[in-house]
Design a protein around this ligand. Structure first.
Ligand code: GLY
Ligand code: MN
Ligand code: MN
Length: 439
């Protein structure tokens, strides 16, 4: 991502924050796993969105109209010993030179410097309630200013969440963001193809996960957007199954929900396919129903259509189909009204997609489902999960879990599916698996 993109975002943020006000946003912190070992560091998406700065222990400050510079970055000072043990870091000079901060200060001095910056500001925008250290520090800085009120300084009187401003910006993807999302989607699609090709009975779920992650990394994408779900047979009925520890069996389906991250942008694909390469009749019937529901939902995606229509379309197809297969019994309208489908389809159709896999952005505005607009990206992922112990359905359906998930961009005229690179019709999946190269 070019610096000019971050600059554009900062400008937009500052316009919305307005003169006389100030905005703060902190980086993510390193979390210790044990002793000298840390969890992998992943920058806070809001912080990265505005700064492109990929270090912990940093705080970005935005002061629209400040003469000495509007964008201030507090970060770690360059330390040679730290560089030797832990690798490169920008230091104060790097913050201005490479990350276009107007001013930079040591993070260790933030308590001394920041209260001065807050003086005489009206409103402080920050990620309220997200980082208890920042919440606490902010109140301490304000207390400090108040204690000096006899010298004429005024403490900010209003605290506001920065999220409505920032998350509304993040909801609409720019051309530069879409380039990264397309790349993440393409690499992820290839990895799913590879998994279909390398799948066979006797392999373990984690070995398929390894094939997927191997492909991501070989393609240059080091991070996963979320822990991969590789769920054979009944494991697919556990929505967040990530144990990935069981042996694959012929006759079972395999559900894979995995996505790569490209420069902090996520892909999120699910495919479900038979371990043997050939669907049984019962599996094919349920699979085709989920696929029909997905097509019906995707067809709803266009500008000015409320977000919930795609979900409602999927519910209608699913309920009708479940009645036809004898899994639900009764009048379709009444079953929908009574939400009977929820026994087997218990999640919503999808979510916004972006820097976070479940991305930011409101789904309702003034308590109404918001209307889709060009530049929004979302997933469409209907699923059916028939519990193994579900006594109300014929045995042949039990223990089957199916989800089909694609990433979709709202365009000016309708939609674009970003994840077409991996097959999803029964015929295409079986054809691909018949040609498989082995794993
Ligand atoms: N991979 C998480 C989801 O599909 O929502
Ligand atoms: Mn998803
Ligand atoms: Mn997913």
């Amino acid at each position: 991502m070019k610096q000019s993109e971050f600059k554009k975002r900062r400008k937009q943020l500052m316009q919305r924050v307005g003169k006389g006000n100030i905005a703060l946003i902190g980086s993510a912190s390193v979390r210790t796993r044990n002793r000298d070992v840390d969890y992998p560091f992943r920058q806070d998406s809001d912080f990265y969105y505005l700064t492109g700065f990929n270090e912990p222990d940093a705080l970005a400050v935005f002061i629209p109209g400040r003469e000495q510079g509007e964008y201030i970055l507090f970060c770690r000072e360059f330390d040679e010993k730290k560089a030797l043990w832990e690798g490169a870091h920008a230091g104060l000079e790097g913050a201005t030179k490479h990350y276009a901060a107007d001013d930079s200060f040591p993070i260790d001095d933030v308590d001394d410097i920041l209260s001065g910056m807050l003086e005489n500001k009206n409103k402080v925008y920050y990620p309220m309630g997200r980082d208890s250290d920042l919440d606490h520090s902010l109140l301490e800085w304000i207390k400090h200013i108040r204690s000096q009120s006899r010298s004429g300084v005024i403490a900010p009187g209003e605290l506001a969440s920065i999220e409505p401003i920032l998350h509304e910006m993040r909801l609409f993807k720019s051309a530069a963001e879409l380039e990264l999302m397309r790349h993440a989607a393409n690499v992820t699609a290839q990895a799913h193809v590879r998994a279909m090709q390398s799948c066979h009975a006797g392999r373990y779920e984690y070995q398929i996960e390894a094939d997927i992650v191997h492909h991501f990394m070989q393609a240059g994408l080091r991070a996963v957007a979320y822990p991969s779900i590789v769920a054979g047979g009944k494991n697919a009925c556990t929505l967040h199954y990530t144990d990935n520890k069981d042996k694959l069996k012929n006759g079972d389906l395999l559900l894979i929900d995995a996505g790569a991250e490209c420069d902090h942008y996520a892909a999120d694909i699910t495919r479900t396919f038979p371990v043997s390469g050939k669907f049984t009749t019962a599996q094919a019937q349920l699979y085709q129903l989920v696929l029909d529901a997905q097509f019906a939902a995707i067809e709803q995606i266009k500008p000015n259509v409320p977000w919930n229509l795609a979900h409602d379309a999927s519910v209608e197809v699913m309920t009708k189909g479940l009645v036809k297969l004898g899994i639900l019994k009764g009048n379709v309208k009444k079953l929908i009204k009574d939400e009977k489908y929820k026994q087997f389809y218990m999640h919503r159709i999808g979510h916004w997609l972006g820097m976070d896999v479940h991305d930011v952005g409101d789904y309702k505005l003034n308590q109404e489902w918001r209307k889709l607009q060009p530049g929004m990206a979302l997933t469409i992922e209907p699923g059916l999960y028939i519990p193994e112990n579900c006594k109300t359905v014929e045995e042949k359906w039990r223990g089957i879990g199916i989800r089909i998930e694609d990433d979709v961009l709202v365009t000016k005229t309708g939609y674009e599916i970003l994840t077409t690179g991996v097959p999803k019709t029964i015929a295409d999946i079986e054809a691909l698996m018949a040609r498989k190269t082995g794993g």
